[in-house]
Ligand binder design. Structure first.
Ligand SMILES: *[C@@H]1O[C@H](CO)[C@@H](O)[C@H](O)[C@H]1NC(C)=O
Ligand SMILES: *[C@@H]1O[C@H](CO)[C@@H](O)[C@H](O)[C@H]1NC(C)=O
Ligand SMILES: *[C@@H]1O[C@H](CO)[C@@H](O)[C@H](O)[C@H]1NC(C)=O
Ligand SMILES: *[C@@H]1O[C@H](CO)[C@@H](O)[C@H](O)[C@H]1NC(C)=O
Length: 967
């Protein structure tokens, strides 16, 4: 035995010495060649560079990986993101999160040969919506797996459920990722401590089996499309600290009785259908820091035990149906949540400020919006939280102002105040506001100004003031505004100007000034405006000019100038090169459009419509078309030919030259404007044939040539007439002749569809079109989603021949007007297929035969006119046909039945003075005077008006994003 022992002892000693020398002489073993190769292959399967990074903090971690290491061998264990086992050298951890990987990942990826991996983090990359490979199931040692926000999609492979050692599973924020069965996925993953699946498509009930995961600490299932009853047992998981099931609107449930052993720290149920009462035992959650149950269906009273939640930092109770809020409004003086920072109590029907606010001394954000609070804001609200308060949000109440008290001046950290939509009256007591303030939102009140106080000059951080929609009158006392100001929104008031004060010249940071819809008169003191200004919005005022128009040039950063609807005279002021949009629609500017505009290479909207501009359009404007999207000159006196040098890369989307004096031909180089959606040259003196060459413009939707000297036949079977996107074509009041272009009708595919394929007038969001069509006598006004409006107007030309049957295929049409031509033959019954039709005008032609009875099926038809033809037989009746007046049918010798007085069956026509003339083409009728009267009553065509929308100034959203992210 002793020998035996001795032997064993010496053996152990040798072993020990061996181990000792091994660990002293060779450091960590170098990584295994096959694993190094697998990693390298994995890296090489992606495009990795700075452009493919998904977040700000991303960078290509693999950039340092190299097989050409010192000593001729690579040591992958030293590569960034790679972790090896110290003894075996096997790769056990790979963290390539936010590493700018871009490309697909698939099942034979070399990654899955790293069978020793315990931790795999590929979050924040772009896997191009590839699937999570099923071979991930081979990595059976994994305890940590993270694919969050990595653009994977499809079904999560079943094989993930083989990873029975997993303690953390994170697939969150992959909106196209689908989990077929959460039950099966986690069935064997009994060691899970974290399940992070927010914003993954689960769309199922929450399996009760989650309550078996006894180690679970964190369960995040926000926005997963969950429904059904949430298993109440999950609340009782002994280790559960964080539960987030927000934004599952169809998920119902109730809160359980909580025991004091519960370790919950955050409970987030916002925007679910949780209901019933809050249990008194909620007071047992003594570790709770965040309670977010806003916008659920909780009812009953708020239990007094919430005062036991002494660790709370976030309390969100907004938007529930509590019927008793006395716990908040009648709190005792020792009822306080000492750590509370964020308090959201919106939409709760509060009628007064909750009195426990006077006990809170760490509040940073207070939101009491959308309640029923009336009267003044008492100063005790801020008693305790003076030092900490940063954001005060009281919008949508009935507040009249602050309690006039000097105390308020000492809110030293207040940054944002939102009192939008209240009853603030008189002068805003600006002296109440703290010096740190950045944003002041006061729109939709009854304020007449600021309390005249020098204090405001000492608001060194004020950046944004919104006083839109108040009662500001007279001159705005700009001296009240701080030099740090960036945005000043004063639209919809009664301001006549700025108080003449040199201070304004020292607003070095002003970016946006909005004075839209005020009473600004005479000359605007542009000298008041800071050189930093980018957006100057002065539309809808009574301005007649600038004090010194050359000063506009002194705004070197001006990007948006909006002067629409004023009384501005003289020459157009030339903006600086930074200008992007320039709108002076509806003023009285005169003179030529200066070629200096051609040098403004950032312009994308130029709207001179409705002024008195004359002269010619300089050919240099064509140069601008590489950047310009909108060129609108409607309603001026500009003449000459339209320049014909539109740039090869013309990016114009809208050209409106209508109501001018342009002559000559339509320039062929417009063909270069492949993005053109809207071309209106109506009401000019253009003399040309039909521009078939425009048919290649892929997105052209609106083509208006009305009231010009266009002539000749349209039909030309040798050439296509595709115009595949055409929604509106107006050729009225020209000299077109020949047959109606049946081949064209056949190819106008967009007109065959109901509605619109997609919204495609303009892709950028700042401009919206609205088109108003008014037939002259009849108030037919179109102001709706214009994308679906479809119109053919060929009236007042010399078209002849029959109405082609194929018109009946254009099922999307709303308005069809062939009136005042020389058409003959029958009205095709196929017109009854135009089930969207609202107006059909075939009057003043030579049509014969009967009105097809099927037309009575057109139930949207509001206007129908066939007067002055040679129609015979009975007028259809039923539906809309019972509403059309006599005048729709007059002047047809052979028509009978209601509404005409001639009953069918009568053999002789009743004499009628208007029937005595026929043929109307050239006004050669002896009853010319009479015809003119008719023409005024039933004019040709329609008027198209365009409204270019206002800027959308999105600013508050930013704040909301920030605040809610703070959580
Ligand atoms: C990527 O960005 C980093 C940091 O800005 C820079 O050092 C590096 O040169 C960039 N690499 C490439 C390929 O542009
Ligand atoms: C779960 O484990 C059991 C027993 O180990 C096994 O029979 C079953 O196939 C596993 N199921 C899944 C989904 O992995
Ligand atoms: C919730 O249910 C309603 C009614 O069944 C359904 O219309 C809605 O899409 C559901 N919401 C979600 C997010 O699944
Ligand atoms: C609240 O706390 C008090 C004192 O710590 C305790 O007596 C009471 O039981 C608690 N109430 C609840 C509902 O937790």
């Amino acid at each position: 035995m002793p020998t035996c022992l001795r032997f064993l002892f010496s053996d152990l000693l040798v072993l020990f010495l061996l181990l000792l020398t091994a660990s002293l002489s060779s450091p960590q073993p170098l990584c295994h060649q096959d694993e190094s190769l697998a990693l390298m292959q994995f890296k090489d399967s992606f495009i990795i560079d700075n452009d493919t990074c998904m977040t700000w903090s991303s960078y290509p971690k693999t950039a340092s990986w190299s097989v050409e290491a010192k000593g001729g061998r690579s040591d992958c264990c030293s590569w960034e993101g790679v972790e090896c086992n110290h003894h075996t050298g096997h790769v056990i951890g790979l963290d390539l999160s936010a590493s700018c990987l871009n490309g697909s990942i698939n099942s034979n990826s070399s990654l899955f040969r790293l069978s020793h991996l315990r931790s795999l983090n590929l979050a924040y990359n772009n896997f191009n919506y590839s699937k999570i490979p099923s071979t991930v199931g081979n990595l059976s040692r994994l305890t940590y797996l993270n694919f969050s926000e990595s653009y994977v999609s499809g079904k999560v492979p079943f094989e993930v459920s083989y990873l029975s050692k997993l303690s953390s599973l994170d697939f969150s924020s992959n909106y196209d990722l689908v989990i077929g069965s959460l039950t099966r996925l986690v069935q064997n993953l009994t060691r899970l401590e974290e399940i992070l699946l927010s914003y993954v498509n689960i769309s199922s009930r929450v399996p009760k089996s989650l309550a078996n995961l006894s180690s679970l600490r964190t369960l995040e299932l926000e926005g997963c499309g969950l429904y059904g009853e949430f298993p109440i047992q999950i609340f009782q998981l002994p280790e559960l600290q964080n539960l987030d099931i927000r934004s599952n609107e169809n998920l119902t449930g109730q809160l359980p009785e909580f025991h004091s052993s519960t370790v919950l720290q955050t409970l987030q149920l916002s925007q679910t259908s949780f209901s019933a009462k809050l249990p008194t035992s909620i007071g047992n959650l003594n570790s709770l820091e965040g309670l977010c149950i806003d916008y659920c269906n909780f009812s009953g009273s708020i239990p007094n035990s919430i005062w036991n939640l002494t660790q709370l930092t976030n309390l969100h109770l907004s938007g529930n149906s509590f019927d008793d809020l006395s716990c908040l409004t009648k709190a005792n003086s020792n009822d306080t949540l000492p750590h509370l920072q964020y308090l959201h109590l919106s939409s709760l029907n509060l009628t007064k400020f909750p009195n426990f606010l006077r006990n809170q001394n760490k509040l940073e954000t207070l939101i009491l919006s959308q309640n029923n609070i009336h009267g003044i804001i008492p100063k005790w609200v801020f008693n305790a939280s003076k030092e900490s308060l940063q954001g005060l949000f009281l919008y949508n109440n009935f507040l009249t102002g602050f309690e006039n008290s000097q105390d308020v001046l000492h809110l030293p950290n207040l940054q944002e105040v939102d009192l939008t939509n209240n009853r603030l009256q008189g002068t805003f007591s600006i002296s109440l506001v703290a010096p740190s303030i950045r944003s002041l939102y006061l729109s939709n009140n009854f304020l007449t100004g600021f309390e005249n106080s020098r204090d405001v000059l000492h608001l060194p951080n004020l950046q944004e003031v919104d006083l839109t929609n108040n009662r500001l009158q007279g001159t705005f006392s700009i001296s009240l505004v701080a030099p740090s100001i960036r945005s000043l929104y004063l639209s919809n008031n009664f301001l006549t100007g700025f108080e003449n004060s040199r201070n304004v010249l020292h607003l070095p940071n002003l970016h946006d000034l909005d004075l839209t819809n005020n009473r600004l008169q005479e000359t605007f003191l542009i000298s008041l405006v800071a050189p930093s200004i980018r957006g100057l919005y002065l539309s809808n005022n009574f301005l007649t000019g600038f004090e010194n128009s050359r000063d506009v040039l002194r705004l070197p950063n001006l990007q948006h100038l909006d002067l629409e609807n004023n009384r501005l005279r003289g020459f157009l002021p030339i903006p600086p090169p930074s200008i992007r949009s320039y709108r002076v629609r509806n003023n009285s500017f005169t003179g030529e459009v200066s070629p200096l505009f051609c040098n403004l290479s950032s312009l994308y909207v130029l709207d001179f419509s409705y002024n008195n501009l004359s002269g010619q359009l300089h050919p240099c404007f064509c140069k601008l078309s590489q950047t310009l999207k909108v060129l609108a000159l409607r309603g001026n006196n500009i003449g000459g030919t339209i320049p014909d040098e539109w740039a090869k890369r013309c990016s114009l989307s809208m050209i409106d030259l209508s109501q001018n004096q342009f002559q000559g031909q339509l320039p062929r180089s417009l063909d270069n404007c492949k993005e053109l959606r809207y071309l209106d040259v109506g009401n000019n003196k253009i003399h040309d044939t039909f521009p078939l060459w425009l048919e290649t413009l892929p997105v052209l939707q609106i083509l208006i040539l009305r009231s010009n000297g266009f002539y000749g036949a349209i039909r030309n079977i040798q050439i296509n007439c595709t115009f595949s996107n055409l929604h509106i074509i107006d050729l009225s009041h020209n000299n077109f002749s020949g047959d109606l272009p049946a081949e064209c009708f056949q190819q106008w595919n967009a007109m065959k569809l109901f509605g619109a394929k997609e919204l495609q007038y303009l892709d950028y969001s700042i401009i919206s079109y609205s088109i108003t069509l008014t037939t002259r006598s009849i108030e037919l006004k179109y102001e709706r989603i214009q994308d679906e409006l479809k119109v053919i107007d060929l009236s007042c030309n010399r078209f002849e021949g029959g109405i082609p049957e194929v018109v009946g295929n254009l099922k999307g049409l709303h308005i069809l007007n062939f009136s005042n031509n020389a058409l003959f033959g029958h009205i095709p019954s196929s017109l009854a297929n135009l089930t969207n039709l609202e107006s059909l005008d075939l009057s003043q032609n030579n049509l014969i035969g009967e009105i097809p009875l099927q037309l009575a099926q057109l139930t949207f038809l509001a206007f129908f006119k066939v007067f002055n033809n040679r129609l015979t037989g009975p007028i259809p009746h039923g539906n809309q046909f019972d509403t059309f007046p006599n005048s729709s049918f007059n002047g047809n010798l052979g028509l009978c039945g209601k509404p005409l007085s001639k009953a069918c069956g009568d053999s002789l026509p009743t004499p009628d003075p208007t029937l005595m003339f026929e043929g109307n083409q050239d006004g050669v009728s002896p009853f010319e005077f009479g015809w003119k009267v008719v023409a005024i009553g039933y004019g040709c065509g329609f008027v198209v008006g365009i409204v270019i929308g206002q800027w959308v100034i999105a600013r508050k959203q930013d704040w909301f994003v920030n605040t809610f992210r703070k959580k």
